[in-house]
Design a protein around this ligand. Structure first.
Ligand SMILES: Cc1cc2nc3c(=O)[nH]c(=O)nc-3n(C[C@H](O)[C@H](O)[C@H](O)COP(=O)(O)O)c2cc1C
Length: 313
C-alpha cells in the first residue's frame, strides 16, 4: 500500500503472521529510468520471504525491464497493479485504467513473464465502472500467464465507497484455475469468515491492518480454527508503534522517517479514549523521542483515567 507498506511495516505484519508481503506500488517507468527514490521504496531484507514488489505502468517495454530489475533485487514475486483508481496513475493508462484496455493488460503480463523467472501476479478490481466483466478479465490474466490474482471487490468507480462485493469474487474463483486472493473490507473475524466462504485461496489485507499489524495473528488463528489471541494492551501497542518508528527511521533517517511516521502513527490511535488528541499530536512528530514521549503520555493518560479497579476496603 502506497505510503504504508515500507520494509519496517511489512516486518511487523510478518511478525504477526502475514504470509506474503507486498511493497508499495512503484512506477515501472521510473524503475526503468533508474530513479533513486523508486529504488529506495524497494528496500527489502533477506528475512522477509516471500515478498512481492508491485509495479504499475502500461508500457510493456518498461514493465519488461522493471520485472527483471525486481528479480535482480532479490524479490520472489512481481505483482502488477491493475486496480489503482487514482487519476495520476489511470491518466497514464496504468492501474485500473487497464481494465478498459484488457488486451494491453494481457500484453503487459506477457512481457513481464518473458522477462523474469519469477511468478507474475495481478492485483485488480472488479471492473472499471461495472463488475460484469470481472470473471472474463481474470481469465484473460490467467491466459496471459498470471500465476495468481488478487481481486478487490469494488469497481474503479466505487473507489473505496460502499461495500466490497464478495459475490463477484466468488464468480472469479469459479471462472479461473489459478489461486485467487480476495480483498476488501476484511477488518474482523466475521468479515474474514465471510470472504473465506467464496472459496478464495487467500486474503489480502489492507486498511484492516493499518495501525494494527497484530490483526494477522487473529486471522491466522481463525484460519487454523484456533481461538484468537487477545489484542495487545495499550502499553504493548505503544511498544509496537515505537518498534515501527525505529524501523522507519533506520530506513529513511530520522527526518524523513518521522515525516512518514506522522501518518503511520496516527493509525495506532484508534478506538481508544483520548485518541483524537493523540492523533492530532502525530502531525507534529519530528523526532523518535517525540514519538516515545507521545506513546508514554498516551499510556499514562489512559491508565490514570481508568477507574481504580482494586479499591481499598
Ligand atoms: C492509502 C492506501 C494506499 C494503497 N496503495 C495501494 C498500492 O500501492 N497497491 C495496491 O495494490 N493497492 C493499494 N491500495 C488498495 C488496497 O491494497 C486494497 O485493495 C483496498 O484498500 C481494499 O482493501 P481493504 O479494505 O483491506 O483496505 C491502497 C489503499 C489505501 C487506502
Amino acid at each position: 500500500m502506497a505510503g504504508n507498506t515500507n520494509l519496517a511495516y511489512r516486518r511487523l505484519c510478518r511478525k504477526y503472521g502475514a504470509e506474503i508481503t507486498t511493497t508499495e506500488m512503484v512506477s515501472a517507468q521510473a524503475l526503468h529510468l533508474g530513479d533513486a527514490k523508486t529504488h529506495a521504496i524497494l528496500e527489502r531484507s533477506d528475512d522477509e520471504f516471500p515478498v512481492a514488489a508491485q509495479l504499475f505502468g502500461s508500457n510493456p517495454l518498461h514493465l519488461r525491464v522493471a520485472a527483471k530489475i525486481i528479480e535482480d533485487l532479490g524479490f520472489q514475486i512481481v505483482d502488477f497493479n491493475v486496480g489503482c483508481p487514482v487519476p495520476k496513475i489511470t491518466g497514464g493508462g496504468g492501474g485500473s485504467a487497464l481494465l478498459q484496455t484488457p488486451e494491453l493488460a494481457s500484453e503487459c503480463v506477457q512481457a513481464m513473464r518473458e522477462a523474469t523467472h519469477l511468478p507474475v501476479t495481478v492485483k485488480t478490481r472488479t471492473g472499471w465502472d461495472s463488475p460484469d466483466q470481472a470473471p472474463e478479465f481474470a481469465l484473460l490474466m490467467e491466459e496471459a500467464g498470471a500465476s495468481a490474482l488478487t481481486i478487490h471487490g469494488r469497481t474503479r468507480e466505487q473507489k473505496y465507497s460502499g461495500k466490497a462485493n464478495y459475490d463477484i469474487i466468488r464468480d472469479v474463483v469459479q471462472a479461473t484455475n489459478i489461486p485467487i486472493l480476495g480483498n476488501g473490507d476484511v477488518v474482523d473475524m466475521q468479515s474474514a469468515a465471510e470472504l473465506k466462504k467464496t472459496g478464495v485461496q487467500g486474503m489480502a489485507i489492507g486498511r484492516g491492518a493499518l495501525g494494527r499489524p497484530w490483526f494477522f495473528a487473529e486471522l491466522t488463528a481463525l484460519l487454523s480454527h484456533q481461538p484468537p489471541p487477545p489484542p495487545p494492551s495499550i502499553p504493548e501497542r505503544m511498544d509496537i508503534l515505537i518498534e515501527l518508528g525505529q524501523g522507519v527511521c533506520q530506513l529513511y533517517g530520522e527526518k524523513r522517517g518521522m515525516q512518514n511516521m506522522r501518518r503511520l502513527a496516527s493509525d495506532f490511535f484508534r478506538e481508544a479514549q483520548g485518541c483524537a488528541q493523540a492523533r492530532k499530536k502525530c502531525t507534529a512528530l519530528n523526532t523518535l523521542q517525540d514519538l516515545k514521549t507521545l506513546a508514554k503520555e498516551f499510556t499514562f493518560q489512559l491508565e490514570s483515567s481508568r477507574p481504580n479497579q482494586d479499591p481499598e476496603p
